[in-house]
Write a protein that binds this ligand. Sequence first.
Ligand SMILES: Cc1cc2nc3c(=O)[nH]c(=O)nc-3n(C[C@H](O)[C@H](O)[C@H](O)COP(=O)(O)OP(=O)(O)OC[C@H]3O[C@@H](n4cnc5c(N)ncnc54)[C@H](O)[C@@H]3O)c2cc1C
Ligand SMILES: *[C@@H]1O[C@H](CO)[C@@H](O)[C@H](O)[C@H]1NC(C)=O
Ligand SMILES: *[C@@H]1O[C@H](CO)[C@@H](O)[C@H](O)[C@H]1NC(C)=O
Ligand SMILES: *[C@@H]1O[C@H](CO)[C@@H](O)[C@H](O)[C@H]1NC(C)=O
Ligand SMILES: *[C@@H]1O[C@H](CO)[C@@H](O)[C@H](O)[C@H]1NC(C)=O
Length: 518
Amino acid sequence: MASSRSLALALLFSLLSCYASVPSLASSDGFLQCLSAAIPKQLLYTQSSPSFTSVLVSSIRNPKFSTPGTVRPLCIVTPTNASHVQAAVVCGRRNDVRVRVRSGGHDYEGLSYRSARPEVFAVVDLANLRSVRVDQKAATAWVDSGATLGELYYAISKASRLLAFPAGLCPTIGVGGHFSGGGFGMLLRKYGVAIDNVLDATLVDANGKLLDKQAMGTDVFWAIRGGGGESFGIVLSWKVKLVPVPPAVTMFSVTKSVDEGAVDILTRWQEVAPALPEDLFIRVLAQKQVANFESMYLGTPDTLLPLMRSRFPELGLNRTHCKEMTWIQSVPYIYLGSAATVEDILNRTTATRSFSKATSDYVRRAIPKDVWVKIFAWLAKPDAGLMIMDPYGGKIGSLPDSATPFPHRGGVLYNIQYMNFWSAATDGSAQMRWLRDFYAFMGPYVSSNPREAYVNYRDLDLGQNVVVGNVTSYLAGKVWGEKYFKGNFRRLAVAKGKVDPNNYFRNEQSIPPLLTTK
Ligand SMILES: Cc1cc2nc3c(=O)[nH]c(=O)nc-3n(C[C@H](O)[C@H](O)[C@H](O)COP(=O)(O)OP(=O)(O)OC[C@H]3O[C@@H](n4cnc5c(N)ncnc54)[C@H](O)[C@@H]3O)c2cc1C
Ligand SMILES: *[C@@H]1O[C@H](CO)[C@@H](O)[C@H](O)[C@H]1NC(C)=O
Ligand SMILES: *[C@@H]1O[C@H](CO)[C@@H](O)[C@H](O)[C@H]1NC(C)=O
Ligand SMILES: *[C@@H]1O[C@H](CO)[C@@H](O)[C@H](O)[C@H]1NC(C)=O
Ligand SMILES: *[C@@H]1O[C@H](CO)[C@@H](O)[C@H](O)[C@H]1NC(C)=O
């Protein structure tokens, strides 16, 4: 056992030293020297620093990518000032060392802190750049990328309990990565995707220049709002429009097993949920033989109950299911459970999580009842995972597909996220096989040409960049890029060609530059 482990380690080291010679060690040295000259020493962690590992794992959400064998960064920079971010990019360019940027570290494939292929790179970790400045009168806020969603929501609620922001459910998600891919949660039907509510931003480009909206230009400002992380530069801050919420919202959760009619109710939900008034959001978690209908309503039970009786009587909602609370109380309630407090959403330390794999689909035509019977048979298998279904319609569906890079708008009934989990005790192959086989089974029932996917639920199985010469190939990128961005992929590639024609910022699924004369 011990000897096979040391053999594996020796192999790993020899591989790593091969990788390290891809750009020569001299350029790594030059990079570190350049950084030391520009950034306080205590903000720089090389692999030999005693706290390198603890800083690296500090925001790793999927422990799958902290196992030995993961390609780790040469060093981690933790800027406290925009000028440090600029210096990291300038030093990287000068010495041929790429940087990957990390905000909250929730990337499903870990691309903000690991490389799927041999590569020498550094991580710029924005966790220290996390202020939130709310202007209550204007109902706007500037939020730094390193803030978590919990920190953003909390700061808004301190300024006003009648203001909110429409973004994801998990409070430890980083603003930087989340906004870069769109970002949606319980307010999506009323207020759309997070990036539908972004008014301005600051970006460090591949030349190390700090650009505001004016300086980056229309195409790049369009591209950073949903075109995926890493591609266009490092977004430092975002100005967002806050949205009104009532003094109390109503939450409910109703569970139906297959024996209690889950198949019929879910079949009906597909048509009902996307067409409800925008104030009502009902999502579904399906696992094993149970469908859990989780809801937030921007109003009180007095108006919710008659609405449910007329539009979705099959669910059998009554007053005992309903819990009234403020919008900010709903944040811990949904994600951390009814015992959690509002302050708990500020906790950046996530409990040790299981290993996971996820992927996504969009549904544009309701799936027939007989197929739902088969889906529940898939969910009953050993090693099965779960499905999370978020209904669209309302505001999210009302904008044209080209309004932002996020193209899953008009005509989408709902998004599906498939997830599976396992512990360190197994290699996860059975769980990943279930996920891939189930995804293949679902093919005929979901969107096609392209089969759409949500970039924030990143899945490298959908395709990876191919480097041709010195840049990632546009044609190869279309394979995964059109799933995430549909017809917007080309415009993203053109924007990339303008802001980063040398393709300095890149990862396995970054936008390739398309250089056009027009
Ligand atoms: C537990 C969990 C729950 C989730 N729930 C939701 C949800 O409710 N709704 C939803 O929409 N999504 C959800 N997601 C997906 C989440 O939105 C994405 O994983 C998102 O990209 C995470 O952002 P991050 O900053 O935490 O990640 P990171 O890993 O830091 O970054 C993700 C990607 O963006 C790049 N990036 C990070 N910061 C910047 C920046 N400042 N400038 C440019 N590029 C940057 C990174 O290099 C990487 O490629 C969830 C994910 C997890 C793990
Ligand atoms: C960053 O550094 C600049 C220049 O030294 C300084 O003016 C600015 O106040 C600093 N910003 C922060 C947030 O510390
Ligand atoms: C409300 O629904 C619950 C769960 O279905 C049920 O136990 C309860 O009896 C119902 N209450 C009323 C007043 O109908
Ligand atoms: C933060 O969450 C972690 C993981 O759940 C927990 O161990 C820790 O006690 C929490 N910290 C605070 C201050 O609540
Ligand atoms: C490859 O790109 C890097 C920077 O992105 C540049 O410095 C280098 O000269 C390029 N090499 C070739 C062969 O084009």
